[in-house]
Design a protein around this ligand. Structure first.
Ligand SMILES: Nc1ncnc2c1ncn2[C@@H]1O[C@H](COP(=O)(O)OP(=O)(O)OP(=O)(O)O)[C@@H](O)[C@H]1O
Length: 559
């Protein structure tokens, strides 16, 4: 909105009157009312009283509030002031001098007044010029303002028209808003109804899904039934076919059964022949067989001096020691021995068992078999019988157990039920210890005769344990080793144990048994004499020839 400059207020007082440089009288006459003019004329015509000063006050410019044109209204009528109470002496008409003086005075006063008026006129002219200038400036300003006013008017009009259009817009918007509100309300109602319908739809959808599932499952059941029915048809055909096959098979089974029995008889005959042959070979080898095994020095024993040991052939060795110190025994000590076989320091556990396994087979064929190791302490008896860690180091006992259980599997396939029981004992310091009995206070164990007729012996009060697998058995051996170890650490070791042992081995050595003895030796110089003793004892054993062994009645005889 344009600013309207404040115009200088043109009051009736300061507004320039129609004064100009025309003679005052005329001007005055023009500006005075008729009454004023009359009074002025009267004063001019009236003779001045002596001693009175007549002054004409400068007319003040005044414009009647209602008068459209400017008129000069003297503030006071141009009367000659008279002092109150003083009455001017009347100049007689003949007193020209007085009259002349009076006129002079009046002239003087009028002249002075004229001069005043003239000054006043100049002042007023200046004012007028100023006012004129102001009026011109004001007119310019007025024009500017007018123009501005016009602009403002124009703006105002535009704004008014804008306002109008805005009002119209507002009304329209208001109307639209109301319409929208109405529509929103309707929409809300529709939304809520849609929500409800959506819920209904969900419910219907879930019912539909349920029905679809049931329909599908019914379809599947129908398909399964159809397949089942087809399958049943096939089965029925196959069943008829199978019945025929079964009949044929039964006839075949009867035929095969008789053939099987015949084959079993042949097999049993073969077993018998094989056993007899093995036994013949055993007999030829002798019922007491003695093998010698030489153990290698351990790494820790590498510095120990060795005596000479020569393997002459598969069955003979020669041991030789040269005596250097004592003059009495000076010379060469050389001895040769022959056994059923020699196992050198290079022979493996497998090599040993290959020779021994025929004895285990004899046990399975129903003979009493005794396999034992003999030798001085540290010569390798435990290693030979039990073995070391790892399967390749297994000794005779675990390998025999494996063989027995493998054979059992064959026999089981032929319908046999078998039970294996084991006893463990140690003869130590002439006392028999039951190694399966962990009680410290064991019952005493004695070697007794089985019956008065034969030579068979048994050890009383020994604990028997059933062994169900070779693994269990190899259970048992590791525990046994621990027991032996603990016994040995508590008591001083007695290396030579033969009294009770000889007694226990009596039937094996001289009776109806097959006996295999392993004489273990080492090659250490310091052990030469002990080695010699062992070899001599083994030679004696080897020279024993028992009567031909008779087998006990065993399962294999029933074939
Ligand atoms: N053929 C062999 N090969 C390798 N090492 C062996 C052999 N024989 C024995 N040994 C080892 O020699 C050492 C003594 O053997 P072992 O314990 O079997 O003797 P031992 O005759 O049972 O002794 P002891 O009578 O004192 O019980 C053991 O460390 C054993 O592993």
């Amino acid at each position: 909105m344009s600013k309207i400059p404040k115009l200088p207020t043109t009051t009736k007082e300061n507004r320039p009157g129609p004064l100009n440089s025309r003679p005052f009288s005329r001007t005055l006459a023009n500006g005075l009312s008729d009454a004023d003019k009359k009074s002025l004329l009267l004063n001019h015509t009236r003779p001045l009283r002596s001693g009175a000063v007549t002054t004409v006050p400068a007319p003040r410019l005044k414009r009647a509030a209602t008068a459209p044109s400017a008129t000069i209204v003297p503030e006071k009528s141009a009367k000659i002031d008279k002092k109150p109470g003083s009455v001017a002496p009347k100049i007689p008409p003949y007193d020209y001098k007085a009259r002349f003086n009076d006129l002079l005075e009046k002239h003087k006063a009028i002249k002075s007044e004229f001069n005043d008026l003239k000054d006043r006129h100049v002042e007023i002219s200046d004012d007028y010029e100023k006012i004129k200038e102001t009026v011109q400036t004001s007119a310019t300003e007025k024009d500017i303002l007018k123009e501005k006013l016009l602009n403002v008017h124009k703006d105002f009009k535009e704004k008014t028209s804008e306002l109008q259009s805005l009002k119209i817009d507002f009304e329209l918007t208001k109307h639209e808003n109301e319409e929208l509100q109405r529509k929103t309300k309707v929409l809300d109602e529709v939304t809520s109804s849609l929500k409800q319908k959506s819920l209904d739809l969900d419910k219907i959808q879930s019912e539909f899904d349920d029905l679809s599932r049931r329909h599908k499952s019914l379809q599947e059941e129908a398909e399964a039934l159809r397949l089942l029915s087809e399958h049943l048809k096939k089965v029925s055909i196959e069943y008829d076919k199978l019945r025929l096959d079964y009949k044929e098979a039964q006839e075949g089974i009867t035929k095969y059964k008789s053939e099987y029995e015949a084959l079993q008889n042949i097999l049993a005959g073969m077993y018998k022949d094989q056993r007899d042959l093995r036994n013949t070979v055993q007999d030829l080898k002798g019922n007491i067989r003695v093998y010698c095994r030489v153990r290698p020095p351990l790494e820790s024993e590498a510095s120990k001096p060795l005596f000479n040991l020569n393997v002459l052939d598969a069955c003979s060795i020669e041991v030789e020691k040269i005596e250097l110190l004592s003059s009495a025994r000076k010379g060469k000590s050389q001895h040769s021995f022959t056994f059923d076989g020699i196992f050198t320091p290079h022979s493996s556990q497998e090599d040993v068992f290959a020779e021994v396994s025929s004895m285990v087979q004899s046990a399975l064929d129903g003979y009493n078999v005794c396999i034992f190791a003999y030798g001085q302490t540290g010569s390798g008896k435990t290693y030979t019988m039990e073995g070391g860690c790892g399967k390749e180091n297994y000794g005779i006992v675990p390998r025999s157990i494996d063989m027995i259980f493998n054979c059992m599997e064959d026999l089981k396939r032929m319908g046999w039920e078998l039970t294996i029981k084991a006893t463990f004992l140690e003869i130590y310091n002439e006392v028999i210890y039951d190694l399966l009995d962990s009680n410290k206070d064991q019952e005493s164990h004695d070697i007794k005769m089985v019956n008065s007729k034969g030579n068979d012996v048994y050890v009383s009060n020994l604990r028997e344990e059933e062994v169900k697998s070779s693994h269990d058995f190899i259970r048992s051996l590791s525990e046994l080793s621990k027991v032996i170890l603990s016994l040995q650490t508590n008591q001083s070791h007695i290396p030579y144990r033969n009294s009770k042992l000889t007694h226990l081995l009596m039937p094996s050595l001289g009776g109806n048994s097959k006996t295999l003895m392993l004489v273990n030796i080492n090659q250490f110089d310091e052990c030469f004499n002990e080695t010699l003793n062992s070899l001599r004892f083994a030679t004696k054993v080897n020279s024993c020839r028992t009567t031909k062994a008779k087998k006990n009645l065993t399962m294999v005889d029933t074939f």
